[in-house]
Design a protein around this ligand. Structure first.
Ligand SMILES: [Zn+2]
Length: 164
């Protein structure tokens, strides 16, 4: 008798993110230009699929996907850092939506055109699956810079008020 490893009943997040990146060059007949179907959601041929992630949601069409995540944000400073980082990444690559989908912290926008620019697909899958952790570790430097500013400014303002 041979042992067989049972496939998990629900695929894990990485499998679903990988699935969301299986895109094809598909010209939307509704728009007749290379417009992302996941944004227009008007054509019947777009083949919309929706999957839940542990902390997120995927919408996939033939030529584009949205991967939205709910992140644990500790305070308004985290909110601000995520907003600024999202905006900067959106400007630089378009891979992040400037405004996340309603109810989510961040939305990755994956298109067939973007996937042509991705050198290592597994790296991108890993990045999105691990984004909560990456975000928290990237905020350490920002927090420490803010604390340093707070300490030195307090000292200077006390001096300005001539309080010893
Ligand atoms: Zn379409």
């Amino acid at each position: 008798m041979s042992m067989s490893i049972k496939k998990p009943e629900f695929p894990d997040d990485k499998d679903r993110i990988r699935e969301a990146m299986q895109l094809e060059r598909y010209i939307c007949p509704h728009r007749e230009i290379n417009y992302p179907c996941v944004i227009c959601k008007e054509c019947r041929e777009m083949d919309l699929k929706q999957y839940s992630l542990k902390n997120g949601f995927i919408e996939k069409t033939k030529n584009s996907s949205l991967i939205s995540l709910i992140l644990e944000l500790r305070d308004p400073f985290d909110d601000m850092l995520l907003r600024r980082l999202s905006f900067a990444l959106a400007e630089a690559t378009g891979i992040i939506q400037k405004e996340p989908e309603p109810g989510f912290s961040i939305t990755f926008y994956i298109s067939e055109a973007l996937m042509e620019k991705v050198q290592e697909k597994e790296k991108l899958i890993e990045f999105i699956a691990d984004f909560q952790h990456t975000f928290l570790s990237e905020t350490i430097a920002a927090r420490s810079a803010l604390n340093k500013w707070e300490r030195s400014t307090t000292q200077r303002l006390l001096w300005d008020m001539s309080i010893v």
